[in-house]
Design a protein around this ligand. Structure first.
Ligand code: CTP
Length: 226
């Protein structure tokens, strides 16, 4: 276990600085339209509340989600697109001890025609083709410039078959410290089951399906006791 993690338990040290991203991204097509995903952001918000309750200095990067009431005691910055989130991460990564990337970042975004953000695409009888380009992998980008004393945590939503293998491969590919693996059925569900995986394998798993609030408690307990 890296030496830096031990200080998390040291009551005399400064509060752990936790940076959490939550929610979907909206990738603009033109001035009025976007491509999005169905992330509710609930897991990320529950994590921010739990981190704050545990005395962490908590910063939340919050995507475009319906219930966006400010959480008392949590510094919140809002993003829309992957590009916005990338800027916020660049700004706030250096001042965190733990990054938890719970945001559902788009993998592709529309290639915008010049001036697209100042107008709207008009109806036309012909088919319309959108060209999508891959977005940068934000977590891998953070991992490439993170300090050794920082802990980077990602999420992997995977089909139930080979869940752990896929999540472990993702952890290695992105160069992060920990990954939370969830089965695909977690999407749109009120409950969650999860495995916490490190470079040396499974660290912990939830006792079956638990609420997203219980999940936040389980994950923060794991992260802060390392
Ligand atoms: N993520 C990111 N930047 C992206 C896509 C994803 O930082 N462009 C982050 C997510 O916030 C999450 C983790 O990477 O913490 C895993 O996301 P996921 O979509 O499951 O993985 P992908 O890298 O997109 O791989 P795949 O599409 O093969 O599942």
């Amino acid at each position: 276990m890296p030496a830096h993690h031990q200080e998390y338990n040291d009551q005399s040290s400064a509060p752990v600085r936790v940076l959490i991203s939550a929610g979907p991204t909206h990738e603009p097509i033109d001035r009025v339209r976007y491509i999005a995903n169905r992330s509710s952001g609930r897991v990320g918000l529950a994590l921010a509340r739990e981190a704050m309750k545990r005395g962490c200095s908590t910063t939340l990067l919050m995507g475009p989600i319906a219930s966006s009431e400010p959480i008392k005691g949590v510094t919140t910055h809002h993003y829309g697109s992957t590009a916005d989130l990338e800027k916020l991460l660049n700004e706030h990564l250096p001042a965190c001890d733990v990054l938890i990337m719970a945001a559902a970042v788009a993998d592709y975004r529309p290639v915008l025609q010049p001036g697209a953000m100042h107008s709207k695409i008009r109806r036309d009888p012909e088919n319309l083709t959108l060209t999508l380009e891959p977005t940068p992998d934000l977590l891998a980008g953070c991992a490439a410039k993170a300090r050794p004393d920082q802990c980077l945590v990602g999420f992997a939503l995977e089909p139930e078959n080979d869940l752990l293998e896929h999540a472990t491969a993702k952890l290695k590919r992105k160069g992060i410290d920990l990954i939370v693996a969830n089965p695909l059925k977690t999407m749109d569900s009120q409950t969650i089951s999860a495995w916490l995986i490190g470079k040396d394998g499974v660290i912990d798993q939830t006792q079956g399906d638990i609420s997203k609030e219980q999940f936040a408690t389980w994950l923060m307990e794991n992260l802060l006791s390392r």
